[in-house]
Design a protein around this ligand. Structure first.
Ligand SMILES: Cc1cc2nc3c(=O)[nH]c(=O)nc-3n(C[C@H](O)[C@H](O)[C@H](O)COP(=O)(O)OP(=O)(O)OC[C@H]3O[C@@H](n4cnc5c(N)ncnc54)[C@H](O)[C@@H]3O)c2cc1C
Length: 445
């Protein structure tokens, strides 16, 4: 186990401050609390791959438990589709192992460069949330290290409360050492994908509901277009293709190198995004025909750019991800989009998904029925914070909630109303674990 001085940051590049120290255990049996010296009085927070836009993955002035080296596959039952791995294994490695055997990870977020521990701790969702629920719905068991040295097996029928607190538990219940996951059967590495152009929210929602054949769907919205000119969106939906198992590499898009670091602000601004949006809206639907795409291209388009977070410039980006109850979702989403499209405050990336009601076992899970809307606002300081305050008011009035994994400034009161179970969750927080997010929303920082 070694300490490094590296700074552990959030993917947003917002300046949360540096951690005091980092522990990087190479094996599960090396994990322990620092004692009798530096770090003994400070809290710990697990860190996977830092693909989090908010501050749930940072612990300024305190310690980090980096899981990068806990990256061993432990067991794979290719007959039954059950895999067990250490928590630092990446989703990319897991897919590379299981897809050639005709299995798929049932829930994948928009990047495959996350760790399995991170996917559990945020109980992440994918484009198929409506059908598959969240990541936690597919976790069979996990092993949790607590700061008193215990290693606890947790499952629905063993340490069940701790299991429920750890799924979506924001890294606060202890360090997940390993995870056992139930996989989904597939016969190809390809997806059948369709793009449908929609004008207006009603059109989009109608298309969404007639797309039952497609387990995966997400809508891209051109939110730089003024609301009065009418909403333009593209619904992208897909399903696992059937056929002989494709090779994992066939048709796979190649990752592009990282020149973004030299030209972020110059290349990704309102004007260039407006031009891109116009082109994207007109060119990319292929007349609604089904096309075959490798899962990398369909599920992880952002991974084709390394360091895509540098595109927003050095001041970073605020992600705003809310979930609106279905009964009021249409009107609330229209109001949010209208507010967001005002000149000067635009979201450079806006996507919408319909969530289903498959409940996660996680106490704090974000996965529940509703309409999910994600925006990305380049950080303009007070101006951006004011805008998000206005959006909060709309979300609160609609009875909606914000996703902690993407949040960097959710007010404590709104967190407590949105997650009324937070107090029962808090009983399972390890006394030596904390984060910037947790101190903020519980007022303990
Ligand atoms: C391009 C992009 C697209 C995304 N798309 C989606 C999406 O579609 N859906 C979605 O839900 N999310 C999405 N996300 C968010 C991302 O999936 C989550 O933030 C994920 O949890 C990050 O995993 P990580 O390994 O990088 O964890 P980190 O960012 O390092 O940490 C995330 C949390 O997990 C905890 N944690 C990490 N490892 C462990 C462990 N071993 N034990 C206990 N706790 C642990 C940390 O303490 C922290 O609270 C996206 C992010 C990016 C950058």
């Amino acid at each position: 186990m070694s300490a490094t001085a590296r700074q552990y940051q959030s993917w947003s590049r917002l300046p949360f401050g540096a951690s005091a120290f980092a522990l990087v255990p190479a094996r599960a049996d090396e994990v322990r609390r620092p004692s009798g010296g530096d770090g003994s009085g400070q809290s710990l927070l697990p860190f996977g791959r830092g693909r989090t836009y908010g501050d749930t993955c940072v612990n300024p002035g305190h310690g980090i438990l980096d899981t990068r080296r806990l990256d061993r596959m432990l067991e794979f039952d290719a007959e039954r589709g059950i895999v067990s791995c250490e928590s630092g294994v990446s989703l990319a490695s897991l897919l590379a192992l299981v897809v050639p055997h005709g299995w798929f990870v049932p829930v994948c977020p928009g990047t495959k460069h996350v760790s399995i521990g991170g996917a559990v701790a945020h109980d992440v969702h994918g484009k198929n949330q409506r059908e598959a629920g969240t990541f936690g719905c597919h976790v069979e068991r996990l092993v949790l290290w607590r700061s008193d040295g215990q290693r606890l097996d947790c499952a629905r029928d063993e340490n069940a409360e701790l299991f429920a607190a750890t799924i979506g538990g924001l890294g606060l219940t202890g360090l997940i050492l390993s995870v056992e996951l139930r996989l989904q059967r597939v016969t190809s590495a390809q997806f059948d994908v369709q793009r449908v152009r929609c004008t207006g929210l009603d059109d989009l929602l109608a298309c969404e509901t007639d797309g039952e054949d497609f387990a995966y769907s997400v809508a891209w919205i051109d939110s730089l277009r003024p609301a009065r000119a009418g909403l333009r969106c593209i619904l992208m939906r897909g399903r696992h293709a059937s056929g002989p198992l494709g090779s994992l590499t066939a048709g796979r898009p190649r990752a592009r190198g990282g020149p973004q670091r030299w030209a972020p602000a110059a290349l990704f601004n309102r004007t260039t995004v407006r031009v891109f949006n116009r082109f994207y809206y007109r060119q990319r639907t292929h007349g609604g025909r089904l096309r075959r795409q490798h899962f990398d291209a369909f599920l992880f388009p952002q991974d084709t750019l390394h360091d895509s977070n540098h595109l927003y410039g050095t001041r970073g980006v605020y992600a705003y991800h809310c979930l609106l109850p279905l009964a009021v979702a249409r009107d609330a989403a229209a109001e949010l989009l209208e507010r967001v499209s005002r000149r000067g405050d635009e979201s450079l990336v806006t996507v919408l998904k319909v969530f289903g009601d498959r409940r996660s076992p996680g106490i704090l899970s974000f996965g529940r029925a509703g309409l999910s809307l994600v925006c990305g606002f380049p950080n303009q300081g007070e101006r951006t914070l004011r805008l998000m305050g206005e959006l909060d008011a709309i979300v609160r009035a609609a009875g909606g909630m914000l996703y902690p994994a993407k949040d960097a400034r959710l007010p404590a009161a709104m967190f407590r109303t949105s997650f009324p179970a937070w107090e029962s969750f808090a009983q399972h927080v390890d006394p030596h674990f904390s984060s910037s997010f947790w101190r903020r929303v519980t007022g303990t920082g």
